[in-house]
Each structure stands twice: as C-alpha cells, then as structure tokens.
Design a protein around this ligand. Structure first.
Ligand SMILES: [Zn+2]
Length: 149
C-alpha cells in the first residue's frame, strides 16, 4: 500500500478498527517518509463454499440442506427440534472450520453420519442406508451389527 502523497511503500498502522456493518477493517496509516496520514479499508473476500457432487458438478453449499437431512432422518424419533438444530449447527461448524473453498458431498455425508451416530441410532441407520446406497443387504447388516456391539 503506497502512500497517496509521496508513493512511499513504507507506512505504519496508527489505528485500526473493525467496521461491524460490512465486517471490513478501517486502518489509519502514517507514511514513514512524509509523515502524512491516510486511511485504508481491508475487506474479507468471502468465497461461497462449493459442494462437489459425485458426478463432479459443483453446487453452492446450503446450510438448510443439512438441517433438512437430519430432520428427515429423525422423523418420528425421540429427538427434539432443538437437538436437530444443534446437530445441524455442529456439522455446519465442522465444515466451516475446515476453511476450504470446496467440500465433497461424501465428506458432508460423513460429518452428518458421525453426528447422527451420537444423536439417535435409528436416525443414523436411516441416513446411512440412503447415503451409502447399500448395494446388498449384507453390507447394511454389518453396519447394524457394528452398532449393536
Ligand atoms: Zn508519504
């Protein structure tokens, strides 16, 4: 960031504060050569998180989809609406914490499954059976056997 007066690249930050409205950071800088002050704004570039589907197609990540999947899996199970929201928030946070621009639908599925496993076993099996698209019953049963242990 060059000084607008003398074009010197050397400046120091004398004050910085976050502008809450648009989450930008306003900085007052002082040129080390001419000592004049100027203001810069720093913006966070928000990339939309993309979900890479099995066929390689990319779609924008939608938080509501996770919540909906969990709700469907928990249908008629003793799971409260709050627990569903918490579970969805937990998955969403894990996805955000990765800090990547892309995530595969399989990775999202794994995170949802892990969360459901702790929440409700039946919901977990429901989700897993749809998600894995079990090819044969043996595979599905081995999954259930693992749960019984
Ligand atoms: Zn200057």
């Amino acid at each position: 960031m060059n000084c607008p007066y003398c074009q010197s690249p050397e400046s120091k930050v004398v004050d910085s504060r976050t502008v809450a409205r648009d989450s930008s950071i306003r900085r007052r800088r002082e040129c080390l050569d001419c000592q004049r002050r100027f203001t810069t704004y720093e913006y966070i570039v928000k990339h939309p998180l993309l979900v890479v589907k099995k066929n390689g197609q990319r779609v924008e990540y939608e938080r509501q989809r996770i919540e909906r999947s969990i709700r469907i899996a928990c249908n008629k199970r003793p799971v409260s609406a709050d627990q569903i929201l918490d579970a969805a928030a937990q998955v969403h946070k894990q996805i955000e914490d990765r800090g990547h621009v892309e995530i595969t639908s399989a990775q999202i599925g794994d995170l949802v499954m892990e969360t459901l496993k702790n929440l409700d076993k039946v919901a977990y099996i429901r989700f897993a059976s749809v998600y894995h698209e079990f090819q044969d019953l043996g595979e599905f049963q081995s999954e259930i056997e693992q749960l019984r242990e």
